[in-house]
Design a binder for this molecule. Structure first.
Ligand code: KG4
Ligand code: ZN
Length: 361
């Protein structure tokens, strides 16, 4: 079958339902034509975290709507889609299933190739997305930024990933317990900020003034460990005890909370910077740092990584705000990379795709 298209690249339909956002995007190669993220934060707030079953029902209700909206905004009709990319994992099993079922049915129905995507590859490549006009941080071929170091910090993962070329990944370090985002959220909960606490901790940290400067002796996680792994449970426990003793001493939260959040953020940024520096020392061929994940919504995280990149004279790339947290556009670019490597399913093989909640890079 031949079709004539004004578009030069592959039209990709991308889907992510790995957690609490129902996300659908349409891309023309690396160019994002539309990106719909239907957030469920309000549904989960009263439970203090994501409830997989509630998320599943919301995904089922929203996915068809998000799909139609994504096509409309992209000005693309269903018959123009060339390939489908869907998150296979990691994520919540019963939530991943909704996106995968939708993608499978569409791929079988329209006889399209289906690319199973690792969600973390999406975060890794998110800074390489372009806007609909083709503008972005890396407009030349993406190969120019490789070998690259991915610094990924989300709600469930904190990872350092080496990539010699797009589509090939080697995990250098990961979290031994809580992820950085989880630590942000838990400290937020200790302070009574509700769910998700991470963004509010960051907000308070930015309000800290010099006059409020105060040291809380929080530790820098894994400061002296020789490997490239992370651990946030020690910092979290130190925060718990400190908050308790501050409150027991009768001091009002408002006197210390900004400075406390500020020190917490500082220690998290320090912990990641130290490991990134070690990774760069150990892998002298790295040309750039690529960051991704919701925790990079914190401005000091971005500044910290930019500083390390500058000290080591390597490139630094970060996604626009809308692609830092979960979204399907990043699944689209990862899908394109895998498709170009020949990693996709077609025909009846599509039926064999199953979710993999613990999928690792
Ligand atoms: O990448 P993401 O949206 O979802 C996962 O794949 O997990 O990351 C979510 C995490 C949550 O822990 C959330 O609190 C954190 O990112 N987060 C932030 C900020 N915005 C989101 N953490 C610190 N500062 C922020 N501004
Ligand atoms: Zn994510």
């Amino acid at each position: 079958m031949t079709t004539t298209k004004a578009r030069s690249q592959n039209i990709i339909l991308a889907i992510d339902t790995s957690c609490d956002d129902t996300s659908v995007a349409v891309l023309d190669g690396r160019k994002v034509l539309s990106s719909i993220v239907s957030s469920q934060v309000e549904l989960h707030k009263k439970w203090g975290g994501v409830v997989p079953d509630i998320a599943r029902r919301a995904h089922q209700e929203n996915i068809g709507i998000a799909y139609n909206e994504a096509l409309t905004r992209a000005n693309v009709v269903e018959s123009e889609i060339d390939l489908i990319a869907v998150t296979q994992g990691p994520g919540l099993a019963i939530d991943l299933e909704v996106g995968i079922e939708f993608a499978k049915n569409l791929a079988l129905d329209r006889d399209l190739p289906l690319v199973p995507v690792n969600h973390m590859e999406g975060h890794f490549l998110s800074s390489l997305l372009l806007n609909s006009l083709g503008a972005g941080q890396v407009e030349d071929s993406i190969e120019t930024v490789f070998p690259a170091l991915g610094v990924l910090a989300s709600g469930k993962h904190t990872e350092l990933v080496y990539s010699f070329m797009p589509g090939e990944y080697l995990k250098l370090g990961w979290t031994l317990d809580d992820a950085a985002g989880e630590a942000f959220d838990k400290v937020g909960r200790m302070l009574g900020f509700g769910y998700p606490g991470g963004p509010i901790v960051s907000e308070f940290a930015e309000k800290a003034t010099k006059e409020q400067a105060e040291s809380f002796d929080l530790p820098v996680p894994m400061e002296r460990s020789r490997d490239l792994n992370f651990s946030y449970s020690g910092l979290k426990t130190a925060c718990l005890y400190k908050i308790r003793s501050l409150r027991e001493s009768g001091r009002k939260d408002k006197e210390w909370v900004n400075a406390f959040c500020s020190e917490f953020v500082y220690k998290v940024v320090e912990s990641i910077s130290i490991k990134v520096e070690s990774a760069l020392e150990q892998n002298r061929d790295i040309e750039s740092i690529l960051v991704g994940g919701g925790v990079f919504n914190n401005v000091r995280m971005i500044r910290g990584m930019r500083k390390v990149a500058k000290n080591f004279s390597v490139g630094f790339y970060y996604p626009p705000r809308r692609y830092r947290g979960d979204n399907a556009a990043m699944i689209g670019i990862a899908g394109l990379v895998q498709y170009q490597k020949g990693e996709f399913l077609s025909g009846q093989d599509i039926n064999s795709l199953e979710r993999d909640p613990k999928l690792s890079l």
